[in-house]
Every structure is written in structure tokens, then in C-alpha cells.
Design a protein around this ligand. Structure first.
Ligand code: ATP
Length: 266
């Protein structure tokens, strides 16, 4: 798609005086010679949902995947990702530990070919949790957190592959929150789902933000405006604007954002 010539210096980043769960500074991402993402300076507020929006290929997933080091071995990432006072983009950081604090839910539900229960207990056991009553409790807590408990409580030992797409995606959310992370990254978690399952996921996210900080990539602008507190607009590998969601969707500062949300883009 050919885009109008937007000015990459036409940017606006609102700042808010709330507690930050994650901050990126001068994040740059390179796939070989392709400088795919530039100057990522964004802050994510604790217990809020931030949506990343923008056209296909604007760099949303590229940026999101850096935040828990999913781009390791795929891309070269420079700059800082500050989490609890540590730059987690540094070589000496244990990426498995990073991912236990910063979980990821992907676009397509990807449950393991194991029982519903084992999908949740698998990583917990790998992290050394063996007590059966504690594992049972974590299974119930996580499934309740993902709004799935009532639908599956009588078939926990059945295969997760028997779940519908919407249920499987909520199982993947349950699997992520079983590790008790701080931050959940979600890459278009509802795009493969029907409207009712999408609504269930959105309701689940609204519940989850009481305990988690959520960063979500979505193509669905109604979804971004329904569920997120803050929104950042991405264009051709640049974050151009960040503000309260309501402001972005009613009166953005940046011309490219305005064109995108009003459908006059490209
Ligand atoms: N693994 C990869 N190897 C090489 N280039 C990649 C890779 N992943 C993404 N890119 C490139 O980086 C740029 C940004 O892609 P990215 O997937 O981050 O965009 P996006 O905004 O998430 O798009 P979409 O909404 O379609 O998922 C694109 O030019 C894409 O071709």
C-alpha cells in the first residue's frame, strides 16, 4: 500500500503521572539490514490496558515481541526496556525469568495437545511447583481469572484440543496468568474469533486489568476504543502518537493518526 507522505517528526506523546510497569527508551529493531522499528519511547501504566494500533506492517508486533524478548534470535534490538529498575534488553538477563513476569498471548489460540489441567500446570511444574493441592488451586484461580472455569470445571482432564476457538484462547490466557505475571502482552488475541467469543475475551481483559498491566495489538478500532485506557498509533515502523484512548479516537494531535482513525489513510 502506498501511504501519503506523513512527517515522522509530527508526533505527540502525552505523559501521565501514574505508576509505570514498563518503559522503553530508544528501542530500535533490525531484521538484517531492514530497520523495521525506530525510536520506541513509550511508557505503559500499571493496571491499565494500552492498545497498539496502526496499519498492517507498521511494526506493532515487532515492537510488542521485544517486550518479553520474543525477538531474540530473530532480530537485533537496541535500546532499553526498563522493568522494575532493570534493563531487560541486556544480554545478562535471564529471558525465561523475564517471560515469567511478562507473558504473551498470541493471535491464534495455541493450546498444548494435553489436558486442560496440564495446559496450566505444565509451566508451573517446570518451575518446581509439585504440591497437588497448590496446583489444583492455581488451575482453578487461573481458569476463573480467564472467565473459563464454569465452562470447563467438569472436564479438566479432557483434551484442550476439544475446546472451541474462543475457549482455547481463554485457556491460553489462563495458562499465561497461572505464572502470575505482572504484564500480559497480547497480539490480536481476538482476531481469529467470532463476535461472541471476542466479547468474552474483552470482558475477561477488563477483569484482568485489576491485577495486570495489559499491552494489546489490535486491528479492530472499536475494540481498542472499548477496552483500552491508552492507545499508541504506529506508522511505518514509528510510534507517532500516544494518549488517552478517548482523545486518540476523538481529537488526535497527529495528522496520520487522524487519517487512520477516520479511514482517510493510505
Ligand atoms: N521475522 C521477520 N523477519 C523479517 N522481517 C520481518 C519479520 N517480522 C516482521 N518483519 C517486517 O517488519 C515490518 C513490521 O512488521 P510487523 O509484523 O511488526 O507489523 P504489524 O504492524 O504487526 O503488522 P500486522 O498488523 O500485519 O501484524 C514489516 O515490514 C515486516 O515485513
Amino acid at each position: 500500500m502506498a501511504f501519503k507522505d506523513y512527517d515522522f517528526n509530527d508526533t505527540y506523546f502525552a505523559s501521565f503521572d501514574d505508576e509505570k510497569a514498563l518503559v522503553t527508551k530508544d528501542l530500535q529493531v533490525y531484521y538484517g539490514d531492514n530497520h523495521a522499528f525506530h525510536d520506541g519511547n513509550l511508557s505503559f501504566s500499571r493496571n491499565k490496558i494500552t492498545a497498539l494500533i496502526g496499519a498492517s506492517g507498521s511494526g506493532k508486533s515487532t515492537y510488542l515481541r521485544c517486550l518479553n524478548r520474543m525477538n531474540d534470535n530473530v532480530a537485533r534490538v537496541t535500546g532499553e526496556i526498563m522493568y522494575r529498575g532493570t534493563n531487560i534488553n541486556s544480554d545478562d538477563v535471564n529471558v525465561y525469568e523475564v517471560r515469567s513476569h511478562i507473558g504473551m498471548v498470541f493471535q491464534r489460540p495455541n493450546p498444548f495437545a494435553k489436558s486442560i489441567r496440564e495446559n496450566i500446570t505444565f509451566a508451573l511444574k517446570q518451575h518446581g511447583l509439585t504440591d497437588k493441592s497448590e496446583l489444583d488451586q492455581r488451575v482453578e484461580e487461573s481458569l476463573r481469572g480467564a472467565s473459563l472455569w464454569d465452562e470447563v470445571k467438569d472436564r479438566l482432564d479432557k483434551s484442550a484440543l476439544s475446546l472451541s476457538g474462543g475457549q482455547a484462547q481463554r485457556l491460553c490466557i489462563a495458562r499465561s496468568i497461572a505464572m502470575k505475571p505482572d504484564i500480559l502482552l497480547m497480539d490480536e488475541p481476538a482476531s481469529a474469533l467470532d463476535p461472541i467469543s471476542t466479547k468474552n475475551i474483552e470482558n475477561t481483559l477488563n477483569q484482568l486489568k485489576k491485577e495486570y498491566t495489559i499491552i494489546i495489538v489490535t486491528h479492530n478500532m472499536q475494540q481498542a476504543s472499548r477496552i483500552s485506557d491508552y492507545t499508541s498509533f504506529f506508522h511505518l515502523g514509528h510510534a507517532l502518537e500516544f494518549d488517552r484512548t478517548e482523545r486518540i479516537f476523538t481529537n488526535p494531535h497527529v495528522k496520520a493518526t487522524e487519517d487512520y482513525i477516520s479511514g482517510n489513510f493510505g
